[in-house]
Design a protein around this ligand. Sequence first.
Ligand code: DC
Length: 227
Amino acid sequence: MNRELQKIITIDGPAGAGKSTLARKLAHSLVWIYLDTGALYRALALTAARRRVDQSDYEAAEALARSLNITAQPRPEGTAIMVDGEDVTGLLRSPEVSRDASIISACPGVRLALLGLQRSLGAKGEVVAEGRDMGTVVFPGAGLKFFLHASPEARARRRYQELAGQTENLTRAEVLKDILARDLADESRAVSPLKAAPDALTIDTTNLDIDEVLKVMVKAFRNKFLP
Ligand code: DC
């Protein structure tokens, strides 16, 4: 096994389980790189919407994914994404893009098109990679894997708080409905469905705050990497 590949921590789980915040904080505390792979699917979904490409048309979605020059620049606060030279990072968090990303990410050809880029971003190691299939498909040899989950209500509450300042006329019920729809789409897709890797440490974050989860993660890191 490639030793550098071992120096990867994967964090998978459904929307709102705390992945982004924890991946960012864990990477910061280890002085490793934080990689948000959802941003890649979001950038593709945004571009498809702009070009009126049907997100559920697998052939068109794959052709689009292969035609674009998508580059990612991991930064401490998040992953910056350029599509054909345009920085789209600030446009990726809207509810529309979230919905579209869940649809377009079910396309097997799209997942394959983004696989090489994700692996190249982890190639040097010391990366905390966050997504849905980090531990199962993209970095199966990662040295440490986490799977975070929480009740749908807790996840909707967090997402609502995050979006409330940015999106007008948004209700908590709508956010919960979106979360449940995304869970179903992410878990039931044929390729790379959202599921825990068999060797992942699963953490239920429903009743834990961020620092409590971070503590569990850092302890697991120490046990694994600094025995
Ligand atoms: O983590 P996120 O909410 O930014 O992800 C947006 C969508 O992208 C999500 O619905 C599922 C998809 N995704 C995926 O299929 N695989 C990943 N590794 C990351 C995200």
